[in-house]
Design a protein around this ligand. Structure first.
Ligand code: CA
Ligand code: CA
Ligand code: CA
Length: 170
């Protein structure tokens, strides 16, 4: 796996612990179940909007997006699917970064960034140390900020909103 992809995957806040850097799958599942149960206060097997609002504001914010079958509750599967989709988006984003870094020096110059309109348009905002080069950390910080400030739509970075779900598993 390329360093860009890895770098972007690690941006994921390991909330429901679905991130690539987590230990074994079994452990992941156990941790997921635990978190799910702690949110599902009435043990209905689904997280209602009220339950989400109580302990997981970001889950509540993205509720309608995650509630794929629109029954007003988030099942484990819906949440897992949302995570998988978010991870896929990050992976694709990482691949795009990888491809854009033509000289493979781990940095994006202004020229290289032109391949990525979202990045290019925000180059100066992302280049926090103003050296004209974007490193993974700068982009990761930017994506993180975006995830916090921009809700589902209109985010200039590829919507990692679901990845920033707030339930801390660590
Ligand atoms: Ca549902
Ligand atoms: Ca480069
Ligand atoms: Ca820089």
């Amino acid at each position: 796996m390329g360093k860009w992809i890895l770098g972007i995957l690690l941006v994921a806040v390991p909330c429901f612990a679905m991130a690539a850097d987590q230990p074994g799958k079994k452990e992941q599942d156990a941790r997921f179940d635990q978190t799910f149960r702690s949110l599902d206060t009435n043990n209905s097997g689904k997280i209602s909007k009220a339950e989400a609002e109580l302990k997981a504001p970001a889950l509540a914010e993205n509720f309608d997006q995650i509630d794929a079958n629109h029954d007003g509750g988030l099942s484990k599967k819906e949440i897992k699917d949302a995570f998988a989709a978010a991870e896929k988006r990050r992976r694709e984003f990482g691949q795009n970064l990888e491809a854009a870094d033509k000289d493979k020096n781990g940095k994006l110059s202004r020229d290289e960034a032109k391949a990525l309109p979202n990045i290019s348009a925000n180059f100066d905002a992302i280049d926090s140390n103003h050296d004209g080069q974007l490193v993974i950390k700068e982009i990761a910080d930017y994506v993180r900020t975006m995830a916090k400030t921009a809700p589902a739509s209109g985010s200039p970075a590829p919507g990692p909103t679901v990845s920033s779900l707030p339930v801390t598993a660590q």
